[in-house]
Design a protein around this ligand. Structure first.
Ligand code: HGY
Ligand code: MN
Ligand code: MN
Length: 418
């Protein structure tokens, strides 16, 4: 076993929670903001103080390397993300990134050599809420290129992606620049479950079997702005009337008809936004999730057709585009077994489960075997400032990660592989 310092880890979580802290006890550390840059800087400084190598790639993915016996072997990658939702929790992403750093420090404290290097990663823009899509850093890492279309992206607050990315890269001159993508032995990520099942079952560890599919749409319905007082019904081309009629039908159909489906309108806006003028244009986002890609297609088709029908009824125009498409993934059996074994070695119970949330591990799994370790969060609440994880569950998740790190690093260079 590798002893970890649970107090150090929980204190670290507190220190990072102070970066981008919100009045209600959460964090607003959206990707490529000052808060995100502040958290990256703190992690890099902690790493440099321990003598670890710190580097970043053109997508501002941040890496911290502790060398292994055989420098030629692809490293074991462990980590998560430091960016957050606008009204996010202190554990989503930060837990996995800091637990990984705790494992690296504990290896150093114990003077434990590993066959291959162990590299901690903090992926850029996992959340996708300021700049869509989500998982930009891990997606580009796995794909080996930055999609041209991303450079022109504009944030929800109007900032430009290219400028913010350049600022973020420049904010950490100590991090050596490396090309995008490198061979990886395996990838491990600790994350809060962001759902209620582990807490309800009283089980401290979830072994993630896979991640359901996610698809995002940007919807724009355009009508004609006109006087609220003088425009009778037959004269109106009201895009908000059309969109709300379509959405109330979709809320009434998608999730009630299918317990595995998730349908969320996270953002809606109306322009010109005047109290006494019919809107000219309304926009909204749609977040659809399902374990079955066929069902995702059906939900998208229903969404497009309902909005189209109601827009036509109101004499409005519709534009719908996909901003994110993340097909479901299954993690390799062998790695799931290794996580289960690591939990047994730590003498804690674990249960296999599917992830309702997407994660960077989904994209890394396309280029290297990946696995995830879930820990319970209070009431299953996440993407909420009240998000909370018991310190003991933080420590258990880190212990299982430490144990799995030792076991999987030991398979580097062997025929069996991870
Ligand atoms: O939205 C998600 O599933 C992730 O938490 N960003
Ligand atoms: Mn997350
Ligand atoms: Mn999240």
């Amino acid at each position: 076993m590798l002893p970890i310092d649970g107090n150090r880890l929980n204190a670290r979580l507190e220190a990072f929670a102070a970066i981008g802290a919100t009045a209600k006890g959460g964090v607003n550390r959206q990707a490529l903001t000052e808060g995100d840059r502040g958290a990256r800087r703190l992690l890099a400084e902690l790493a440099l103080a321990r003598g670890f190598e710190v580097f970043q790639d053109p997508m501002a993915n941040l890496f911290i390397r502790r060398e292994g016996r055989d420098v030629t072997l692809p490293p074991l990658l462990i980590g998560s993300h430091l960016d957050s939702q606008p009204a996010g929790g202190r554990f989503d992403g930060a837990l996995g990134t800091l637990a990984a750093f705790e494992v690296l420090e504990s290896l150093e404290d114990a003077g434990r050599a590993t066959e291959c290097a162990v590299v901690v990663v903090s992926w850029m823009n996992e959340e996708g809420c300021r700049f869509s899509p989500g998982c930009m850093g891990s997606m580009a890492f796995a794909g080996g290129e930055i999609p041209q279309a991303w450079h022109g992206k504009v944030a929800t607050d109007g900032a430009g992606f290219g400028e913010e990315l350049a600022l973020t890269l420049a904010s950490l001159p100590e991090a050596v620049m490396v090309p995008l993508g490198f061979p990886v032995h395996a990838y491990l990520e600790v994350h809060i479950e962001q759902g209620p099942s582990l807490e309800a079952a009283g089980i401290p560890i979830g072994v993630v079997k896979g991640i359901q599919g996610t698809r995002w749409l940007d919807v724009t319905v355009t009508g004609q702005t006109a006087h609220a007082g003088t425009t009778g019904l037959s004269w109106r081309r009201d895009p908000l009337h059309a969109l709300t009629a379509a959405l109330s039908g979709l809320y009434g159909a998608v999730m009630p008809d299918d317990p595995d489906a998730r349908f969320t309108i996270g953002r809606i806006s109306a322009e010109p936004g005047s109290v006494n003028a019919i809107p000219e244009e309304v926009r909204c986002t749609v977040d659809m999730r399902h374990p079955d890609p066929q069902r995702l297609d059906e939900i998208e088709e229903l969404t497009r057709s309902r909005i189209g029908q109601e827009a036509e009824r109101q004499g409005c125009l519709v534009q719908i585009s996909r901003s994110f498409d993340m097909p479901p993934c299954v993690f390799p059996e062998a790695l799931q077994k290794a996580i289960g074994q690591a939990a047994r070695d730590c003498k804690v119970e674990s249960v296999p489960m599917l992830s309702g949330a997407f994660h960077d591990a989904l994209f890394v799994n396309r280029v290297a075997p990946a696995a995830m370790i879930f820990v319970p969060c209070r009431d299953g609440l996440s993407h909420n400032e009240a998000e909370y994880v018991e310190p003991s569950d933080v420590v258990t998740g880190c212990n299982v990660l430490a144990q799995a790190t030792l076991a999987i690093a030991a398979t580097a260079g062997t025929k069996a592989g991870p």
